[in-house]
Write a new protein. Structure first.
Length: 137
């Protein structure tokens, strides 16, 4: 199983009144990591929309918060594909402090669906994308 890692620095704007990362921002960090993983494999989402006529949309997400991250922390977002089907991809994601101990801050499961750009109706994931993730179905 391939794991992709993407660093994220916590900015002041990411924190809440208590000085910790606002809970919804972890989903943003996870989104960035999935986008960068696709980009790293040669797939730009705007190009997929224009040339393939497809988009990836979040269908479901669950997140478990383990400990707070704070302003200026350097985090590492880990993403792996737990399952890839005809239309959906299930990602397992972890956000850890980027330290030798790699302390787990939160983890989650995000299910994305491939849809037609014009109608938002489910459609098959393009084969050239599926081919980039062999053995992960």
């Amino acid at each position: 199983m391939t794991t992709f890692r993407w660093p994220v620095r916590v900015y002041y704007e990411d924190t809440d009144a208590g000085g910790v990362v606002y809970y919804a921002n972890y989903l943003k960090f996870m989104e960035r990591a999935r986008t960068e993983w696709l980009r790293n494999r040669g797939f730009e989402q705007d190009v997929l929309r224009e040339r393939e006529g497809v988009l990836f949309v979040v269908h479901a997400a669950t997140v478990r918060y383990r400990q707070p991250a704070r302003f200026n922390d350097l985090l590492m977002v880990e993403s792996r594909i737990d399952r890839i089907g005809r239309v959906r991809i299930v990602f397992g994601q972890r956000v850890c402090r980027d330290t030798p101990k790699a302390e787990l801050v939160c983890d989650g499961r995000v299910e994305v669906a491939c849809v037609k750009a014009g109608s938002f109706r489910p459609t098959a994931i393009p084969e050239r994308i599926r081919a980039e993730f062999p053995g992960e179905s």
